[in-house]
Design a protein around this ligand. Structure first.
Ligand code: AMP
Ligand code: MG
Length: 318
């Protein structure tokens, strides 16, 4: 897989690769995605294969406009409200599919619903517009492992799994948000369910369409990707640490990191949750590459973006 820059020539090349069935990793405001034309079952199958992702875990379909999303999903009043307010942005809506459509059944794991997102990152927007087709894109990392927030992460994770001639990574620098999109299920008319906390805080959403159910309860059944251990580094993770062991690396948060650790990275010295989200995966990857035996994580408040950070850390530790 070759890196290209996000200039006009690079984006045109990446768009052509997508149209020809190639895989293109690209930056979004959340994490890097591994994209394939969603109409091309063979390309989508290669995404699952490259990631080692189970076929029952459906992919988010990325589009370049609200109009493009409306062609694939049935928008009701709530979906219109959320899309108008938060798209382009880190929000994924699970809606009933509109048929007929050309979505590969593999991308939706054979469900009657489709997960749609119109991302806000300028490089993602330009690529989707140039390709002129919806792009299925999970995070560009092996299934279950830490997500990539730089092109170098993608190359390190998938460089060997992808085709050096057909597949590309668009290097758009660091992802500004750093945690995955918030996934809201609006597929049943009488309830809205938060399937995954993410880059758009729950309270912001609830303000528009009322309180959201979940993610607990039935979420794992409704959204297969929510099952079990995920986002996990190689080393074991210990949450809510109040002290550090001699062979532990410390993932600190705030102005008073625990004393005594040999290896320390601080998510945010100022205790800012947006900075912590942006640093989360890169810091986990660096600590994971150290010679420590485990990673101890200091407590992080579960408000705003903290809900998504805590969710990822809990599942990394599961
Ligand atoms: P990721 O692993 O980051 O690609 O996450 C995508 C998430 O969206 C996973 O939790 C999927 O299970 C969920 N998802 C994608 N499509 C659907 C769908 N049609 N219905 C419910 N959840 C979905
Ligand atoms: Mg992922």
């Amino acid at each position: 897989m070759r890196p290209v820059s996000p200039d006009e020539a690079g984006l045109a090349r990446a768009a052509r690769a997508l149209q020809a069935g190639g895989l293109v990793a690209f930056p979004t405001e959340t994490v890097y995605g591994l994209g394939a034309a969603v109409t091309d079952g063979g390309a989508v199958a290669r995404v699952y294969a490259a990631k080692g992702r189970p076929a029952h875990n459906p992919l988010i379909v990325h589009v370049a406009s609200l109009e493009a999303a409306r062609r694939l999903g049935a928008f009701d009043g709530r979906a219109e409200l959320l899309a108008e307010a938060f798209w382009p942005g880190p929000l994924t809506l699970v809606l009933p599919q509109r048929r007929p459509n050309r979505l590969s059944a593999l991308a939706t794991a054979g469900l009657d619903t489709v997960a749609l997102r119109f991302p806000g990152h300028p490089v993602a927007r330009a690529l989707l517009a140039a390709a002129g087709l919806p792009v299925a894109a999970p995070s560009a990392n092996p299934s279950g492992q830490t997500s990539p927030t730089t092109a170098a992460h993608v190359l390190a994770d998938l460089g060997d799994a992808l085709d050096p001639l057909r597949d590309l990574v668009v290097d758009g620098g660091d992802c500004p948000l750093g945690v995955e999109s918030t996934v809201v299920d609006l597929s049943s008319p009488d309830r809205a369910r938060l399937l995954r906390p993410g880059g758009l805080p729950r309270a912001v959403l609830g303000g528009l369409i009322g309180p959201l159910l979940g993610p607990e309860a039935e979420a794992p059944l409704r959204s297969p990707g929510l099952l079990g251990r995920h986002y996990a580094p190689r080393l074991p993770i210990r949450l809510d640490a109040c002290e550090v062991g001699p062979d532990e690396a410390l993932l600190a948060f705030g102005p008073d990191p625990l004393m005594g650790a040999r290896i320390v990275l601080n998510l945010s010295v100022d205790g800012r949750l947006d900075e912590a989200a942006r640093n989360l995966y890169a810091h986990l990857r660096r600590l994971d590459a150290s010679d420590a035996a485990a990673i101890a994580v200091m407590p992080i408040p579960e408000e705003g973006l903290g809900e998504a950070i805590a969710d990822r850390l809990r599942r990394a530790a599961a």
